[in-house]
Design a protein around this ligand. Structure first.
Ligand code: SF4
Ligand code: SF4
Length: 427
């Protein structure tokens, strides 16, 4: 039987779920929603081009050479194309599977291998990341971080520039106590503290708890948090992604939480996908589905019980939509609604607010050139609003946009939504 897209060739390689490729009708409506296409204007750097490419690879009409791997590597996995696609192409699923195929079958150059290995060995493990950053923490304490950065060049310097200050000032943003008593019978919420987030941006976890407590939820702590697996899903390491997912499923079920929240949008999407990821695991499939169903987004959950009492904040704010929140979970209005409920706050929309900033998990570490172009584009649009704050709900976007604003010596502050809401809470 001929497939609707006109190919009679059966797949000869297991690249992706082949049938899913036929959802694409090649209309091109996704092209302008794709950040990499916007930058390169090359069809093969567009969602449609990559669908062609996956199909050609699957049918054995194309070899997985440097060019093919390059076009797939350059995809941010931002899923902007899914939102734009009228045919319901499951692009996120396709690119995750294609990455597994690339990792198994493509021989990367030595430098690329080294970078990816370092990222995979360090980032998902908070202790390793903490130990790696210890010398920098010391340099920062001695006020020598600027000097250390200047002494570096190339990739290490770019990485250093992306890092946020390692010691945030002990202001209200790092307040840890949930000072509000939960309403009787209030649902229990657990915040998944993530891996990178708990080392570099723990205030976002603690303030998520604080804001949820202020909205009347009961906060339950997870005893042990491991990486959600998103970094592995985005880099083709399905085996370890499943290991992390099982550990998290076990702990979330044990906690008895009614809902699970993450301060990182990529982690939220990964947890929402546990049901699919572990569907063939006889021991975990049912619990994984239950955990996925518990995944909620901070602002939507807060609004369910009515926005807490906020103090007046006379300021202009622009909101950046983190990709996995807006394109993965479809959350667009709730954060805006919550921000607008703060007395005195003026929300100014920036153009392309839902276009990827180039952070994309570890993309800005492995694809720095494209990531930087997208960071510049985002910074220009944010600065054009003249807002004092760029608010967003993902630490990776925060580091990426803040680094670009620092390079421009801008005084615009980039603040995570949880930190911002905690600042606005009445004491
Ligand atoms: S996931 Fe993002 S970068 Fe990749 S094809 Fe879709 S829109 Fe383009
Ligand atoms: S919008 Fe959807 S159907 Fe149209 S080309 Fe893009 S992926 Fe294919």
């Amino acid at each position: 039987m001929e497939h609707p897209a006109g190919s009679a060739s059966p797949p000869v390689r297991d690249v992706v779920d082949y049938e899913l490729l036929f959802d694409c009708v090649h209309c091109g409506l996704c092209l302008e929603a794709c950040p990499t296409y916007k930058v390169t204007r090359a069809e093969m750097d567009s969602p449609r081009g990559r669908v062609y490419l996956m199909k050609a690879l699957a049918e054995g009409r194309l070899a997985l050479d440097d060019d093919a791997a390059r076009h797939l590597d350059l995809c941010l996995g931002c899923r902007g194309c899914e939102t734009a696609c009228p045919s319901g192409v499951r692009y996120g699923r396709l690119i995750e599977d294609a990455r597994v195929f690339v990792e198994k079958n493509y021989a990367r150059g030595r430098a690329d291998r080294l970078v990816r290995r370092l990222v995979g060995m360090i980032l998902p493990y908070p202790r390793r990341l903490g130990a790696t950053l210890a010398p920098l923490r010391l340099a920062e304490r001695l006020r020598m971080r600027g000097l250390v950065t200047l002494a570096l060049s190339g990739r290490p310097r770019e990485w250093m520039e992306l890092l946020p200050p390692l010691r945030k000032a002990p202001d209200q943003r790092t307040s840890t106590e949930a000072a509000h008593a939960p309403a009787p019978g209030a649902p229990a919420v657990a915040v998944h503290h993530g891996c990178v987030t708990q080392v570099l941006a723990d205030s976002e976890n603690l303030n998520s708890e604080r804001v949820l407590a202020a909205a009347g939820y009961r906060i339950t702590k997870l005893r042990r948090t491991v990486c959600c697996g998103a970094l592995d899903l985005h880099s083709g390491n399905l085996k370890r992604a499943r290991q992390f997912a099982r550990a998290n499923v076990r702990e979330i079920i044990r906690s008895g939480a009614d809902a699970i929240v993450s301060a990182a949008s990529g982690c939220s999407t990964a947890i929402a996908g546990y049901g699919e990821l572990l569907k063939d695991d006889p021991e975990f499939a049912a619990d994984a589905r239950a955990v996925s169903a518990k995944l909620r987004e901070l602002s939507s959950l807060v609004l369910e019980r009515g926005a807490p009492k906020f103090r007046e904040m006379r300021c202009a704010v622009t909101y950046h939509d983190a990709c996995h929140l807006v394109h993965g979970l479809g959350v667009r209005e709730a954060p805006r609604k919550l921000l607008k409920s703060i007395p005195g706050l003026r929300l100014i929309e920036m153009p392309e607010s839902d276009m990827c900033c180039g952070s994309a998990g570890s993309y800005n570490l492995t694809e720095p050139a494209m990531a930087r172009q997208l960071a510049r584009r985002k910074a220009e649009r944010a600065l054009a609003t003249k807002a004092r704050y760029v608010v967003l709900a993902n630490p990776g976007c925060e580091f990426q946009i803040a680094a670009e604003l620092r390079r421009r010596r801008s005084r615009t502050e980039v603040v995570h939504l949880a930190d911002f809401l905690a600042m606005a809470l009445e004491r």
